[in-house]
Write a protein that binds this ligand. Structure first.
Ligand SMILES: Nc1ncnc2c1ncn2[C@@H]1O[C@H](COP(=O)(O)OP(=O)(O)OP(=O)(O)O)[C@@H](O)[C@H]1O
Length: 251
């Protein structure tokens, strides 16, 4: 196995006396798609929050490209190469698609560049256009975000995450609320993005996960109960008992 892009070692997270994550240890190789699955409340979003710097872990360490991220403030994560999308669409509805991505590009840049000159503005536009193009929205840049279809809004959210050119992209339920056609488009987009970046996604649609993922990590009550190939996870009796048997999308 090559050097992992990301390693998490004994990650735990408490909320008061409640243990949401415990003893999570895993290494993630570059340019692979890993799905994180598990029943409601298993700790999937908490893991994503920890991996994206939204929440500090209560225990354990995270290394990204060999660097220990312990104590790193959230805004540094994007600069280090880790970006995420959220479960709930997280865009400015009154701005155009282009403006949404441009604002993100500006925010990414301006923390370290207070003075933005005309050349930089052109660069921001170019970055926004490239990100829209990467998610198939090049022709929809002028459209007000709230008038985009649901699937297009989710793709726009990914474009926002892409302006930082992340090596690691965390996608929290990217197909939530989508029908079969939009789901197919999103799968095609994730496959395309995965060619040159590492993707972790939380998803509930099992057929999609089994087709898309190189690896599946299963959480239950905050612990990893299985971690392996889609075939191994499908055959795992414990996973079937706690999750797959009750998941409609699996049938
Ligand atoms: N900020 C918080 N304060 C207290 N408890 C929390 C907090 N965030 C999450 N929890 C609890 O931690 C547990 C794990 O929640 P989490 O959202 O990570 O689960 P999940 O696997 O993403 O669930 P779902 O599939 O429903 O989104 C849940 O019991 C939840 O109530």
């Amino acid at each position: 196995m090559s050097t992992p892009l990301l390693t998490v070692d004994n990650i735990g997270r408490r909320f008061g006396g409640f243990i949401a994550l415990e003893g999570v240890t895993a290494a993630f190789e570059a340019n692979k798609v890993t799905a994180v699955i598990g029943p409601n409340g298993a700790g999937k979003s908490t893991l994503f929050n920890v991996l994206s710097g939204v929440l500090p872990p209560s225990t354990g360490t995270i290394h990204f490209r060999g660097q220990n991220l312990t104590g790193t403030p959230q805004h540094r994560f994007a600069h280090l190469g880790i970006s995420r999308s959220y479960q709930i669409t997280n865009i400015f509805p009154e701005l155009s698609a282009h403006e949404n991505v441009r604002v993100a590009a500006q925010a990414f840049r301006s923390r370290y560049n207070i003075l933005i000159n005309r050349a930089h503005l052109g660069e921001l536009d170019a970055k926004a256009e490239a990100a829209l193009d990467a998610v198939g929205l090049a022709a929809k840049g002028a459209r007000t975000a709230k008038f985009l279809a649901h699937g297009e809004q989710r793709a726009l959210e990914i474009a926002v995450a892409l302006v930082a050119n992340p090596a690691l992209l965390l996608l929290d339920e990217p197909t939530a609320g989508m029908g079969p056609e939009e789901t197919r488009d999103m799968v095609a987009l994730i496959e395309k993005l995965a060619r040159d970046r590492t993707i972790l996604l939380v998803e509930h649609k099992m057929k999609m996960i089994l087709g898309l993922s190189d690896r599946i990590l299963v959480l239950h009550h905050g612990r990893v109960i299985a971690d392996g190939s889609p075939q191994a996870i499908q055959a795992d009796t414990e996973v079937r008992r706690v999750y797959l048997g009750q998941n409609d999308g699996y049938a």
